[in-house]
Ligand binder design. Structure first.
Ligand SMILES: [Zn+2]
Length: 151
């Protein structure tokens, strides 16, 4: 289970919507508590994919290192990576899997016409050959259909 706290979720939505129609990406910072990963802070990272960013992303490795340091200073870890899928479903694509790290979970946020549509969380296996979907708990429950501007 991935549980995203309110401030972190607001940052993810805001980042995903303002980056539209490009893909946004960032780090999920927080704590593992038994079976649950609790995200306290989301840190926006630059999408440094050299081509069109409309359906690809690559996190800036230096910014990710800084996010790791920031997390450790708070006694947290980088639990995973979020990225957006502009006008596409929040599935985990083959290219997503190719660049994944097995120690992270991956939150994919679908943004349609600049507004939040859906989110799903994926956990790659150690061999990076497949993913298992993880349950997510978002702070807005059944209000997820609302547009980002309203948050
Ligand atoms: Zn993707």
């Amino acid at each position: 289970m991935l549980r995203v706290e309110l401030e972190a979720w607001r940052e993810i939505l805001s980042h995903a919507c303002r980056s539209y129609p490009d893909e946004a990406c960032g780090a999920l910072l927080g704590l593992r508590e038994q079976e649950e990963r609790r995200v306290y802070e989301a840190v926006a990272l630059s999408n440094v994919w050299p081509g069109s960013k409309r359906n690809r992303y690559r996190v800036d490795p230096l910014e990710l290192l800084r996010a790791e340091r920031h997390a450790r200073q708070r006694g947290w870890d980088v639990l995973g990576i979020y990225h957006s899928h502009p006008d596409a479903a929040p599935y985990f694509s083959r290219t997503d899997l190719e660049q994944a790290c097995p120690w992270y979970c991956y939150l994919v946020v679908s943004v349609r016409d600049g507004a939040f549509a859906a989110a799903r969380c994926w956990q790659p296996n150690d061999e990076l050959t497949s993913v298992i979907e993880q349950a997510i708990c978002l702070p807005f429950g059944d209000e997820q259909e609302e547009t980002c501007q309203e948050y």
